[in-house]
Each structure stands twice: as C-alpha cells, then as structure tokens.
Ligand binder design. Structure first.
Ligand code: ADP
Length: 518
C-alpha cells in the first residue's frame, strides 16, 4: 500500500468556478489541494500520488463520479483513501444512497457552505487517521504473529533434536533382556514421556509447516478401511492404558480415498486419542465409517465430558482448550484439532464436531471425497498377471518384533499385489531368506537379541544375500544410523513413520540400482 500525502486533498470537478471555490476554502484552511477536471484525470493522478481525501463531484463529463468512487474503493492500492461525494441540488435520496453504496465515506449536496465543507473534511480526516492507526496496529500484529510462528517452528526443531539420542538410549536399553526391574521401570517411564514430548513437538512442527504452506502430502489411492485399521492399531495401547474399548465398524474395502496414509491415519488417531482423553476410563469409543453421496463419513464417538454448545465452534482454534486445567500429562497444546481439521481440508474434506452438551459425549465427523470405481482400479504394474512376475511385483520379507507392525504392513503390501512374509526376530528372518528368496528385506533396527544391523550382516553372508535389497527401518534419524547401516550392508534407510508408498518407491529405486550395477 502506497503512503498517502499528509493533508493532501484531490478536488475533482469539471466546473471550473465551483472547483476553484472549494479549493480556495480548503487551501485557506491549510490543506494542500490538487485538482482534476474529469474522472479519468482523477484516476490518473491517483496512480502516482495518493491524497488522504478525494472531493468528488458526482456528475463528470467522462465517467460518472460513482464509478470513479467504486474504482478508488475497489483497488487495494487506494481503498483506504477517503471519498467525499458532492452532488447537484436536485439529487434525490435514492441517488445519495447509491453514492454511499458505491463506497463513498460521506455525501454533501450543493450548494455547500464553506463551514460545512471544512467540518466534513476534518471529520473524515480524523476518521482516516484512526483507520490508519488501526492499519498500522494490524500490520504490527501480523508481524508479531509471524515472528511467533517462526519462534515456535525454531523451538520445536531445537526441542526435537535432543529427543533423538534419548530415544536411541531407550531403544539401546530394550536390547538388553536381563535388565534389573527397577532399571526396566525407569526405562519405560522415560520411553512414555519421550513419546508424549515427541507428540507435542510434532504437533508444533506440523502446525508451523501448515502455516507456512510447507506440509507435503504423499497422496496415493487408499482403502479407507486400511486407514482405520492402522489408526486403531496406533491408538490401541493408549486406549487400553485408559481401559477403553474401541468398537470399530469398518467400511467395505471398495471404499477408497485419495490421500496420504500417514496423515489420514494421524487424523483418526488424534480423534481416537481425544475421545480416550476426554472420556472417563473404561468406557466405549465408537469408530465407524459410512458412505454418503460422493463422500465417506468417518465418525469417532464417545460418551465422555462432551462440549458446551457455545464452546463447540472454538475447539478447532489454535491453542484452544475447553478446560485448560486438565491434568497436564493428559492434555496437549490445544493444537490437535486445529491440525486435524487442516489435514482433512488438505484432503478436500471437512471435519465437524457435535455434542449435546456437557457430560453428553462428543462426536467428530470426518468427511472425505471417495475415489470413483473407474479411478480406483489398482495400478496394473503392481498386480501379478496370471501368477507370473509382472514389472514391479516384489517378494518382501518384513522382520520386526512388533506384531501389529508386521500385521499391518504385510496387509497393506499384499493389497498392492506383492508377496509378503514376516518374521518376528533376526534369527527367524535369516532362515526365511533361505526359503522365501525375497527381493527386498525390511529390517527393524531395534530388535531384541539379534538387532537389525547384525541380522543384515548375517543375511548378506548367505549365498542369495548379495542381490537382496536390504532396508533398515528405524525410529532414529538417518544420520544416527547411516554409518552402522553402511557397515552392516544396508542399501537404504527408512525413518518411521513409514508410508507404504515410500517403502515401494525406495525398494524399486534400489532394485533398479542393483540390477544396473550387476
Ligand atoms: P488438546 O491438546 O487440548 O487435546 P485439541 O485441539 O485436540 O487440544 O482439542 C481442543 C479442545 O477440544 C480440548 O482441549 C478439549 O477441551 C476439546 N475436545 C477435543 N476432543 C474432545 C472430545 N472427544 N470430548 C470433549 N472435548 C474434546
């Protein structure tokens, strides 16, 4: 926005005598006056210098004063300039109303007394000054808000870094089967609290990414039931820790959406965890999905504390908490729902909250566009044709001590037409390489007894081991495991949480590389 010139008034009138009279009154009162005899001349002048006020005759020879006024007010560059319209004496009330509707800030009718003209000009300039102060305050607030977002983003990055080595140390302690029970207990406390901290910081980081439009979605076609299964899986231990029972109604596998598996799972996990947080222990929580028109509606419903009607519209606001006195270890930062709604919106959907009031439970409804049948046929190259190996069909061995991880990823990978076998520990994994002959092995790094690094080295020594693509899957950062992964013979690293698309993309890139090298 261009700065206006203090005390400058543009006097627009095609009648020379009338223009002269008004300019003289204004100049005598100490204002700087510039003049224009037509609408177009006025608009030309406004392009180069911005007065604080335009005195605008309604009847001009080229374009009407009403149109000039509209142009001034519609252009963001000049919209803050005050416009005082002046019309001939025979003008009717509807004409005056029309003038004001076109954006004029005030209206006078000829003949105008010099005292009335000056009083109106002064009143409008006072208004201008106040608006100008508000504009500056708004700009300062916007700048402060931007600095706060920058600060939160930097803070979250800085806070996340020390969590990696702590998580690493806890994982290291997990490898030790013979731990003293007290040390084991301490390890589990640290583990839980690091999880909680990581969740809070991740929310902060995600909000910062969304605010700066830097959140990238890795979209793919997804079976909605898989998203819900994955979310229930991730929330299971939290729900169980609070004695809740999840009652899940999955949609048929034909209900598919276009989305980012990790982010959509995060949406449902956030809603499930909230339901668990804001419901007394031992209650039921319902997760269901149905199709309505072109949309899938996912509902997360609880019988918990509920939300008062006047608070309901605010729960999606940043940092908003209905009851901020909630025990701190349970509560978050008041960012969960803001983030959840934005993630749903980035998928072209909506998120709505419903509650009959305090103590009457809540329901959160996610609506997502579903992909039509035509769009939703699986990509041909991933489906084995006539049982043979088509391009892209892989034999994948998944070695992970987490039963749910094995279950979930094998299901998701099989759904895409790949052959998948799983093993719960390194020794079994090594045996399976001999019988299953995988193209790709996904190895969890932090497994008890034989960890992922040692398992990888031993697999490489097998006769078929040289050609297999070995991928380390880790909760640590890439930098932390890179050296040991290289030494053990891994071809690539995936950092948790890992999306199925990510696994498949890295696998085919690494296989290609191996084929080219051999
Ligand atoms: P928080 O980190 O506080 O959980 P959220 O953004 O997830 O932040 O939620 C904002 C507020 O909305 C919560 O503080 C809580 O008051 C209310 N809320 C969210 N989910 C529920 C629910 N299932 N039942 C009752 N209140 C809820």
């Amino acid at each position: 926005m261009m700065e206006t010139s203090a005390n400058m008034i543009l006097n627009v009138d095609d009648d020379e005598a009338s223009r002269y009279a008004k300019s003289r009154v204004l100049k005598r009162a100490g204002y700087e006056v510039i003049e224009a005899a037509s609408g177009n001349e006025a608009l030309r002048i406004l392009k180069n210098s911005l007065p604080q006020l335009v005195l605008l005759d309604v009847k001009l020879p080229d374009i009407s004063g009403l149109e000039v006024c509209q142009k001034i007010k519609q252009d963001p560059y000049s919209s803050h300039v005050m416009v005082l319209q002046i019309s001939a004496s025979h003008v009717t009330v509807p004409d005056r109303v029309q003038g004001l509707e076109c954006g004029a800030d005030s209206y006078l009718t000829e003949p105008v007394e010099s005292t009335e003209l000056l009083a109106t000009v002064r009143a409008l300039l006072r208004l201008y000054k106040r608006e100008e102060e508000n504009r500056q305050l708004l700009a300062q607030l916007r700048e402060a808000d931007r600095q706060k977002d920058d600060f939160l983003a930097t803070l979250a990055h800085e806070l996340r870094n020390p969590l990696h080595p702590i998580r690493g140390a806890v994982d290291r302690l997990r490898l030790d089967a013979q731990l003293d029970p007290e040390v084991q207990f301490s390890r589990d406390v640290i583990d839980q609290q690091v999880d909680h901290l990581t969740r809070l910081i991740d929310d902060l980081l995600d909000i910062a990414r969304i605010t700066r439009d830097k959140l990238e979605l890795k979209k793919e076609r997804l079976c909605l039931a898989d998203v819900l299964r994955c979310a229930v899986d991730s929330s299971r231990s939290f729900l169980e820790s609070r004695g809740h029972q999840a009652i899940v109604t999955l949609p048929p596998d034909t209900v598919q959406v276009e989305g980012d598996m990790v982010r959509l799972t995060q949406v449902v996990v956030n809603l499930l965890n909230n339901a668990a947080k804001y419901t007394a222990t031992g209650e039921k929580i319902w997760l269901s999905a149905r199709v309505d028109g072109g949309c899938a509606i996912v509902s997360v419903k609880d019988t918990g504390v509920g939300i008062e009607p006047d608070k309901l519209p605010h729960v999606f606001e940043k940092f908003y908490q209905v009851d901020s006195s909630l025990e701190r270890s349970q509560s978050g930062l008041g960012l969960g729902l803001t983030l959840t709604r934005r993630l749903v919106e980035l998928h072209g959907g909506t998120l709505e909250a419903r509650s009959e009031g305090l103590g009457k439970g809540s329901e959160f409804l996610v609506s997502l566009p579903i992909v039509s049948d035509q769009e939703s046929s699986p990509p041909a190259e991933l489906v084995p044709s006539n049982g043979g190996k088509s391009q892209g069909y892989l034999r994948i061995l998944l070695v992970d001590d987490g039963a749910r991880t094995r279950e979930l990823y094998s299901m998701l990978l099989r759904r895409r037409g790949h052959a998948v076998e799983t093993a719960a520990d390194g020794e079994t994994g090594i045996e399976m390489v001999k019988s299953f002959h995988p193209d790709v092995v996904l190895l969890d790094v932090a497994m008890p007894r034989l960890n992922g690094f040692n398992t990888c080295s031993r697999m490489r020594e097998l006769p078929s081991g040289k050609n297999i693509v070995m991928i380390a899957v880790t909760g640590w950062t890439r930098e932390e495991v890179q050296r040991r992964a290289d030494e053990s013979g891994f071809d690539g690293i995936l950092v948790k949480p890992v999306g199925v698309q990510e696994i498949l993309q890295l696998s085919s890139t690494l296989l290609e590389r191996k084929r080219e090298a051999s």
